[in-house]
Design a protein around this ligand. Structure first.
Ligand SMILES: NC(=O)c1ccc[n+]([C@@H]2O[C@H](COP(=O)([O-])OP(=O)(O)OC[C@H]3O[C@@H](n4cnc5c(N)ncnc54)[C@H](O)[C@@H]3O)[C@@H](O)[C@H]2O)c1
Length: 267
């Protein structure tokens, strides 16, 4: 039986590790050919090789999402190597926790340049490529942007991150409407994870510990307590949601925000 994403080609930014790597594996397991991009070349090569070794089809490319010409090259590689582009996962992102008084405008702009401008460049560059064959799939082409619960509710000591993930949330809706208005058959949705136990999630807990939130065990316990399901998320929790949005199962979803947070924002 054909797999859910047989014949599709996906590009996953920040796919060397964490949520991006889990997304790349899930998309590949569903039959897509995947180009992983990142700035962590050794980890990216290993992640792509791990997918290949379990029978999937993956490649790795160095790609800083702030670089517009590198975006053209990455999309071009999808077309040359795999024959097109159907799915983009705008996953690359950074986090840091600090009070505003200790945050320089350069640090604020740096975060926006990766978390916001990187997503904008991805939309701008990938949409024309995805549009070339989007109508051949029942659910069209699909773009999934990684926002956060911090794009829905405020987080003390994370104001630049709030700004960036709020921008991703609403940029997703604008892009979804623009694709629909242009009749492109491309769906654009955002995913909003709670705290996920990746390098970023672990660094976040270290930052909050350094800000006076207590020792490592106390901070982790407090973070778990914020999630009604009683645990932190794992990368696969998010990859499952991303896979759904990328697939034809979500054919009637565009401009939507899928919250995957163990109930954190339900209270
Ligand atoms: N971990 C969480 O708790 C959590 C919660 C909500 C949202 N998110 C979002 O999910 C996404 C993935 O997070 P993660 O937890 O896997 O983080 P991570 O730090 O483990 O992985 C992020 C990846 O992005 C890459 N990256 C960073 N800057 C880049 C750049 N300029 N160009 C290309 N790649 C770059 C990193 O090298 C890394 O491989 C991010 O957008 C993050 O904001 C994470």
């Amino acid at each position: 039986m054909a797999k859910k994403l047989s014949g599709r080609v996906a590009l996953v930014t920040g796919g060397a590790r964490g949520i991006g790597a889990a997304c790349a594996k899930a998309l590949a397991d569903a039959g897509a050919a995947v180009l992983i991009t990142d700035v962590l070349d050794d980890e990216g090569e290993k992640t792509a090789a791990a997918i290949d070794s379990r029978g999937g089809s993956a490649g790795y490319r160095h790609h800083d999402v702030r670089d517009e010409s590198a975006w053209h090259e990455a999309v071009g590689e999808c077309e040359r190597r795999f024959g097109g582009l159907d799915i983009l996962i705008n996953n690359a992102g950074i986090f840091s926790a600090k009070p505003m008084s200790a945050t320089s405008i350069e640090e604020f702009r740096h975060m926006q340049s990766i978390n916001v401008e990187g997503v904008f460049l991805g939309l701008k560059t990938a949409i024309p490529a995805i549009a070339k064959r989007a109508k051949q799939w029942p659910g069209g082409g699909s773009i999934v942007n990684l926002s956060s619960i911090a794009g829905l509710v405020g987080a003390a000591f994370a104001v630049p991150y709030n700004a960036s993930k709020g921008a991703v949330r609403i940029m997703t809706k604008g892009a979804a409407l623009e694709c629909a208005a242009l009749g492109l058959a491309i769906r654009v949705n955002s995913v909003h994870p709670g705290l996920i136990d990746t390098t970023m999630g672990q660094d976040l807990m270290k930052d909050f510990s350094a800000l006076g939130g207590g020792g490592a065990n106390e901070v982790r316990a407090n973070m778990i307590a914020l999630h009604p399901l009683g645990r932190l998320g794992v990368a696969e929790d998010i990859a499952n949601a991303v896979l759904f949005l990328a697939s034809d199962d979500a054919a009637f979803m565009t401009g939507s925000e899928l919250v995957v947070d163990g109930g954190l924002t339900a209270r």
